[in-house]
Design a protein around this ligand. Structure first.
Ligand code: TZP
Length: 227
């Protein structure tokens, strides 16, 4: 996508990780508190159910002027007219996805190394998620934590905005910002919070005070975006 301005907080869904609350209820609270960037990631749902959930999520995100990306499912992005797709390492290559979706759609890529970031960049992605940075309570399947030094090296090399992921909490944001991260992505940090609204505000605070000079982006208070 040309001239991207992305919100710094990327909320990733996991309807099984919401303390038994309906996902849409938690999502609404997060949007109400200022989340403007969401990825629907419900890998175990069948296509019909995912389509239905996607429609409901999109209705909500649109109401709040937030962007909704769908994990991996290009067909659902197209069916729903969602804002974009989030690709995994084993997904269709970015360049092919870009050809299919065109320049107006957002393409994010999950990465775990500088090499993966470079190839996402070369193939035309809009941003990358890099991690896990810390031990993640969500799952162990994401591999061992990469740590802040790896994040710092990744951010130095990347020309794309880098979102740090894995074990992110509000108290860890200053460290990942310091390492050069543009933003943070989280599942449990928000979805399992007893008070979702208050937690979202805590997540957002470090991005609205001070600057992201390391990442070379400027924050626009009105649109809640960096450019
Ligand atoms: N990719 C790397 S770590 C991770 C993903 C999807 C899980 C992050 O979950 P949490 O709960 O934000 O640590």
């Amino acid at each position: 996508m040309e001239s991207v301005t992305l919100p710094p907080l990327y909320l990733i869904t996991d309807r099984r990780n919401t303390r038994q609350r309906p996902l849409l209820e938690v999502l609404r609270a997060a949007l109400e508190a200022g989340v403007r960037f969401v990825q629907l990631r419900e890998k175990d749902l069948n296509t019909r159910d995912l389509l239905q959930l996607g429609e409901s999520c999109l209705e909500l995100t649109r109401a709040y002027g937030a962007k909704l990306l769908i994990n991996d499912r290009l067909d659902l992005v197209q069916a729903l007219h969602a804002d974009g797709v989030h690709l995994r390492a084993e997904s269709m290559p970015v360049s092919v996805v870009r050809r299919i979706l065109g320049s107006q759609s957002l393409i994010g890529v999950s990465t775990h190394s500088v090499e993966e970031i470079v190839s996402a960049e070369e193939e035309g992605a809009d941003f990358v998620v890099f991690g896990p940075i810390y031990e993640t309570p969500s799952k162990r399947s994401f591999g061992p934590p990469l740590g802040l030094d790896a994040l710092s090296a990744a951010c130095r090399r990347s020309r794309l905005p880098v979102f740090a992921i894995g074990g992110l909490t509000p108290s860890r944001i200053s460290a990942v910002k310091q390492a050069g991260a543009y933003g943070v992505a989280t599942i449990s940090g928000i979805l399992t919070a007893p008070d979702v609204g208050a937690t979202v505000r805590e997540f957002l605070r470090p991005f609205t005070t001070g600057s992201l000079q390391n990442a070379g982006f400027e924050y626009n208070e009105r649109s809640q975006t960096y450019s």
